[in-house]
Design a protein around this ligand. Sequence first.
Ligand code: MFK
Length: 567
Amino acid sequence: MAFYQDPPVLAHGYLSDRVLKSYLQRVMGEGPLAEIAGELEHMGELASGELFALQQEDRLNEPTLTQYDPWGRRIDHIELTALWKRAREVACQQGLVATAYDQAHGALSRVHQFSLVYLFEGSSDVYTCPLAMTDGAARTLLAHRHPTLSERAVPRLTSRDPASAWTSGQWMTERAGGSDVGLSETVASPCEDTAQAFGCDKPYRLEGTKWFTSAVTSDMALTLARTAGSPAGGRGLTLFYLETHHEDGSSNGIRVNRLKDKLGTRKLPTGELSLTDTLAVPVVGLGHGTRQIAPMLNITRTWNAVCSVGAMRRGLALARDFAGRRAQFGASLSDQPLHVDTLAALQAEYEAAFHLAFWTVELLGRHEVGEASEHDLRLLRLLTPLAKLTTAKQCVATMSEVIECFGGAGYVEDTGIPRLLRDAQVLPIWEGTTNVLSLDVLRAIGTQRTLPALSETLSMLREDVRDGPLQEVAQAALRAFTHVQAMLDTLKPGSADEQRHARRIALTLGRSIAAGLLVRHGQWCLDHLNDRRPAWAACRFCAHGLDVLIPVGDAVQSRGLGTDVTD
Ligand code: MFK
């Protein structure tokens, strides 16, 4: 009889997730966890059942842009595919944004919300992108305490009713400014003719091009534009609120010139937009737009970190299942030491990434209910870029290996496996590339004295550890951290040398703190669940290397090996 390979099968998204379940047992405790377990189970079931099946069915479909109706009117209609339409309903009904604002579990409400997001991510084909921006917009409007706009938009952004819920865009990137947002050229002029817009006085009209705007089907957006006479750079930009359509359904002067043809995130309509006479209102006075939009950036960066670990979890679940179904050289892959060792390495990276992302989520949750100490706030400022940049890199590396775990099948589109790598590749790019976020880490260290808070935390994480191998990992984490501190002491703040080392500094900090967090969880699992697997993951993660610094002198060689090279 001819041989046919069985495809991988997904186990229940939540019930099979040892890492999430043990984490929630530790941080929430049995009582509160029991209150949300039903929701998590339902989301896990949707993700590994209905949505996973729909993802496969919908695989070849992509959003389409129709610019004109049959009679020549400009309509710019974007038709989403079936998966995204269903993902939108599920996201609203399961409160993927709302849960954070209901705050039913106080400081742990963000843990609650992001556990749902993490379970949803793998089957959403990046519907998490509009959700992240929606969450970011709600948080930004509330942070700036704009009564009219908050009252108007936040209930819609956080709605559980698909019929009335809104999503928001975050329109920042222009042709001149991708990372350097301060180069934005969109101009804002005060309206002479309109007394009000969106219930606010003194609206402006925007004129310009937004070059890379994800999820262009949003109902509103936060964006940046320059008013007359304002200084150059981010200081001269103003944060504006706009709605994409007028009350009568007509466009608010927004044209979708074309959709981007991207490497991945193919279900996500990313557009090039022209704004002409687009009504908008300032969210918080004029100027300092980059600073004012930072709450949004920090929320979407947290989503990025959680989605990185959600994606890693999905890739590993498929690869592990497949290893039990695929036999080569007379044995199942799951019985072959080298394959098992390869999966163990990926698992260790994922578990470390998980704790890094979710610790950031815990800090955010404490901050939002006013329970964060000064120490927590400093950590949050540093951890947000660290978690984003570290987990995104881990996700891409993991997905590349996951593809390889399937051999040739992983390289063939209709298995659905190649998408994992393509979609992962956006995670280190958007919301600030690894290098831009590494510079943000230096900014957070330099201006907000965040490093002492991290040092205290690493020492504290080490104190509670009694298991021998875990103590060694905690020591290694502290050693790597101390190395960063020593290196920073030798580098002049703002110097070319400091910049040259920024990525390695950030990654060493990210990996050290991830190791420290995994050590704490490993000890807890030994004590409470008699489970050694997180401790093994911690040892394995540490063995991959926490400290990626190179000596200052050697890094100088990057000049000759970098852009100066001519042959
Ligand atoms: C699955 C998850 C999906 C996620 C959704 C993705 C949707 C995709 C949508 C997008 O991709 S939108 C485009 C995203 N673009 C970026 O993230 C821009 C990346 N560039 C940066 O982050 C730069 O660091 C930055 C533009 C902020 C630098 O700009 P500037 O003009 O050089 O600003 P500067 O002077 O460094 O900072 C201005 C102020 O903002 C300073 O405060 P002060 O005015 O009080 O001195 C900074 O401290 C503050 N600031 C900057 N970044 C901050 C921040 N404050 C808090 N948190 C931050 N992260």
